[in-house]
Design a protein around this ligand. Structure first.
Ligand SMILES: [Zn+2]
Length: 129
């Protein structure tokens, strides 16, 4: 069993927690200005990275508060746990300055635009059927 260090309560068994998906997904500032593909990208496309990954968790059967965790998705090693709004801790092998630069880039909705192109690829596959 994984022991998760809640930033508010301390270490607790994983059964008390619920996974909330990728952390730091910024909501677009003007959703009505987005194309359907860009909106779908915001809603559905996630990094799903292998290795160190920042994710949201909630202590469902404890303090019921959301927090972020930097966890290795292959080994389940927890590198860091931090409160929502706190600066991103650097991933292993990542410079602290790079993590800070990533945070400011993530606040801008334009940062996710490259990912929004994927639905059009799927749509073209669907059209080929
Ligand atoms: Zn807690």
């Amino acid at each position: 069993m994984l022991l998760i260090p809640c930033p508010y309560c301390g270490e607790r068994p994983e059964t008390e927690f619920s996974y909330g998906g990728e952390a730091h997904v910024a909501r677009p500032q003007n959703p009505s200005a987005l194309s359907d593909a860009e909106w779908a990208g915001y809603l559905f496309l996630r990094e799903n990275r292998k290795g160190a990954f920042r994710e949201r968790w909630i202590h469902t059967h404890g303090c019921r508060r959301w927090f972020n965790m930097l966890r290795d998705t292959t080994s389940h090693e927890i590198h860091a746990v931090y409160k929502v709004g706190d600066p991103k801790p650097p991933a292993p092998g990542e410079k602290p300055a790079a993590a800070a630069a990533g945070k400011s880039a993530a606040k801008q909705p334009a940062a996710r635009k490259p990912a929004a192109k994927k639905p059009s690829t799927r749509a073209s596959k669907g059209a080929a059927k």
